[in-house]
Design a protein around this ligand. Structure first.
Ligand SMILES: [Zn+2]
Length: 481
């Protein structure tokens, strides 16, 4: 009897092993082979143009009183004089005072247009980090094969890359087959009112775009374990955003006679409970696309896990959970960001409040998360309010089979040798989140290689990144038929 049971177990085990190995060995590459044309060296004037653009302090401050309109007007004039063909051939509209919308009429009105996006604004330099910069952040300095400065990676490389490529094509009398819109927002870093206005304008005009492209994923050389080739990560969906304000009101009083639970105790316990119980981990559609695109390119052991997610799902999740970035790819996250209570060391505060920021995985709706938060906290003394205007649901998912994904994937592959492409879930928010009604296909991708100092100190991109960006946009614009 025991022998028979053992035999059955062994047979099942054998079947599983065979299945796993067969799945692993038959997992074939889904990467389309594209012949790459090496990017030409950067034209010195193109480099000069980028450096010039970095000199404008087009800073988005959360305090509107600090907005320096002269910098934005100066930048607009700079673009006019730097890209004369572009301004002569395209129609320009100024939206919301500073956002720029250009229309490049295509030859074939039957083809759906394309929207290419970038933003003019940059984040400020935090006062206490200024001394940590090794260059002047607004000088556009080039050293050690990098272009340094605020806005290099985010997002002037894309804005200038598009303009350089279009200007160059216009010099050869090029006209695109389909209409191309360029939308350059002026306040992406503080909510994107410019992008919202452009999206509304295009909706009003009943523009249905084949695809929208905005900043997002990058090319990475060594950040994906097991992959030795460079990978272009094309953002095919974007996480949602929600901030909740928790508050607790209790009788305060003198700190010499504390009650067993003060408002601070109750509030902090609620935060601890939330942090201790992570939201459910799940593979989003973009994550499944990532597994499908990169799994076959991995060495045997990793390939085995990716080829058999039915068996190794838990293992893959375990690996992703280990890093903050990986964890953010597989679940809705919560981070306490602001906490307020108390005014004096010997007074127990009556009111304690905390702001928590959630990033919603596609599929997790804001309302469901709020319900779960209430359930986890499980304390009626903690009241919960959505920070006004903070909720934006996760974006829809752009399929890998869409024209946008295919064109962008082919253009980057033809601009950079031996490169893999993969869908990717964007953790940060971009202006393109407002364009869901302009197109169902939105790709978030910046064709630069492992940029450094994004939103931080010594922000910089390599000259190789700039070279690739110029070449990529030239390939993309010429292939949009
Ligand atoms: Zn940006």
């Amino acid at each position: 009897m025991i022998k028979k049971a053992l035999l059955i177990v062994l047979i099942i085990l054998l079947v599983v092993v065979v299945l796993v190995v067969v799945n692993t060995l038959t997992l074939s590459s889904t990467q389309e082979r594209v012949h790459a044309l090496p990017a030409p060296e950067i034209n010195p004037t193109a480099l000069q143009h980028f450096k010039g653009a970095l000199a404008f302090k087009t800073i988005s401050n959360s305090n509107p009183a600090l907005f320096d309109s002269l910098q934005f007007i100066g930048f607009r004039k700079y673009l006019e004089s730097t890209y004369p063909n572009f301004h002569a051939h395209l129609q320009r509209e100024i939206v919301k005072g500073y956002t720029l919308l250009f229309t490049w009429k295509g030859k074939n009105p039957l083809l759906k247009p394309v929207v290419l996006m970038a933003h003019q604004d940059v984040v400020p330099i935090e006062a206490d980090t200024e001394s940590l910069w090794t260059v002047d952040p607004f000088a556009g300095e080039v050293k050690n094969d990098f272009i340094w400065g605020r806005g290099t990676t985010d997002d002037k490389i894309n804005l200038i890359g598009m303009l350089e490529a279009a200007e160059k094509l216009l010099a050869t009398e090029f006209q695109p087959e389909r209409t191309i819109y360029f939308s350059f927002g002026h306040d992406e870093e503080i909510g994107g009112s410019g992008a919202i206005a452009v999206a509304n304008l295009l909706k009003e005009r009943r523009v249905q775009a084949e695809f929208v492209m905005d900043e997002g994923g990058i090319i990475t050389k060594n950040q994906i374990p097991g992959i030795t080739k460079p990978v272009a990560l094309l953002g095919t969906s974007e996480k949602g955003y929600l901030s909740l304000v928790l508050s607790v009101e209790q009788t305060g009083g003198h700190s010499s006679m504390p009650s067993p639970e003060t408002s601070i105790d109750i509030l902090t316990r609620a935060i601890v409970r939330l942090r201790a119980k992570p939201f459910e981990a799940r593979f989003s559609e973009s994550m499944n696309g990532f597994i499908e695109s990169l799994g076959p390119e991995m060495p045997f052991t990793q390939r085995m896990a990716f080829a058999n997610p039915w068996l190794f799902r838990g293992l893959i999740i375990g690996i992703y959970e280990k890093s903050a970035g990986g964890n953010a790819m597989i679940r809705t996250t919560v981070a306490p960001t602001i906490i307020h209570a108390g005014i004096k060391d010997n007074v127990i505060p009556t009111l304690s409040t905390a702001t928590l920021n959630f990033r919603l995985l596609p599929g997790d709706k804001g309302g469901d998360i709020i319900a779960q938060v209430k359930e986890i906290i499980n304390d009626d003394r903690v009241s919960l309010v959505t920070l006004p205007g903070s909720l934006s649901e996760a974006s829809a998912v752009t399929p890998m089979t869409s024209v946008g994904y295919q064109k962008i994937s082919a253009a980057i592959k033809s601009s950079y040798p031996d490169l893999l492409t993969s869908p990717f879930l964007m953790i940060g928010a971009t202006d393109s989140r407002y364009f869901g009604e302009v197109s169902t296909n939105i790709i978030k991708f910046s064709p630069m290689i492992d940029p450094i100092g994004f939103h931080g100190i010594n922000e910089r991109v390599s000259l190789e990144s700039y070279k690739t960006t110029l070449w990529f946009y030239e390939q993309l614009l010429s292939e949009l038929h």
